[in-house]
Design a binder for this molecule. Structure first.
Ligand code: A2P
Length: 287
């Protein structure tokens, strides 16, 4: 495993762009004071922020970045186009709208949020290829420094890899102990696509699991830190989110312990837990 010592340490994407190893997620950044939470995250030391047109947090993030007084280039900002923004024209317009809301003239990373607008969409292969063509052009035009995918499964990625001119650089998927999507992770790692973890602590559903609690005790850390460290040791970028300054700092403090090989295997093979209920080819499961 590559030695990582701080959240600002980087991986290098397949186009040479450097990407920090831990991000701050902004989905449901807060029910109340979004800008305040994002400013707190900047003050805590996060520089890599993950947003999306769907989250409704782009303008808050733009404000927090601007008011920080820190140069734009020191941030790494990801956004995503939503299901109703797919297609060539839709993707171009969506990117312009995201840039406007963020108050910036470029994104560090731009993703297609879901591979299919709905589980029964018949023509997703063509739609994905057309959407991707727009991302390739945005990349060539310098509007986005890197391009990638979210929630794509291997067969969705295969379709693009066979038809693309610029290869996707990342795939962002639900990933946490109890739901590690090994088939997707293996496919990405074999194809030079960096995996990112949304819901890396299973929205709290995994934090009471007996194995995670046992390991937290063994390493003298919290259950959330065990989950985030698990992602790091799998070469996966976790995107934790929190509204509390104390937990924001806790979620950055991942470099003073290392899970043993045995414990990595135990986590990888634990019973399923904490699945969100989301899957691109199913209606959302109510759990
Ligand atoms: P809070 O905002 O009160 O900290 P996920 O990223 O897996 O979807 O989980 C996000 C949820 O987990 C948030 O509701 C957040 O609540 C909570 N959370 C974030 N960090 C921690 C932590 N270190 N310990 C416990 N809960 C956390």
């Amino acid at each position: 495993m590559m030695r990582l010592n701080h959240i600002s340490d980087t991986y290098t994407l397949n186009n040479g762009v450097k990407i920090p190893c831990v991000a701050f997620g902004t989905y449901k950044a807060a029910t109340g004071d979004n800008v305040g939470i994002l400013k707190e995250a900047v003050a805590s030391g996060y520089r890599y922020f993950d947003t999306a047109s769907f989250y409704g947090t782009e303008s808050y993030l733009g404000q927090a970045v601007k008011e920080s007084g820190i140069p734009r280039e020191e941030f790494f900002i990801t956004s995503k186009l939503w299901k109703d923004e797919m297609g060539y024209e839709g993707a171009k317009a969506a990117c312009a709208d995201s840039l406007e809301r963020l108050g910036t003239d470029y994104l560090d990373l731009y993703l297609i949020h879901w591979p299919q607008p709905s589980p029964d969409h018949r023509d997703w292969k063509r739609l994905d290829i057309e959407t991707w063509r727009a991302l390739e052009e945005l990349y060539e035009a310098g509007k986005v420094r890197a391009v990638g995918l979210s929630n794509f499964l291997p067969h969705h990625m295969d379709n693009l890899l066979k038809n693309c001119w610029i290869r996707p650089m990342v795939d962002q998927i639900e990933f946490h102990p109890g739901y590690t999507q090994e088939t997707v992770v293996r496919y990405c790692q074999e194809h030079g696509i960096l995996v990112q973890a949304w819901s890396p602590i299973g929205r709290g559903r995994v934090l009471e699991d007996e194995l995670i609690v046992e390991l937290a005790g063994k390493y003298g850390v919290t259950p959330a830190q065990v989950c985030l460290r698990y992602a790091l040791q799998r070469g996966v970028v976790p995107l934790p989110k929190s509204s509390s300054a104390e937990r924001m700092r806790q979620n950055m403090d991942l470099f003073s312990f290392e899970l043993s090989e045995e414990d990595m295997y135990r986590i990888g093979a634990m019973p399923p837990a904490g699945w969100s209920g989301e899957h691109p080819e199913r209606e959302r499961a109510r759990l």
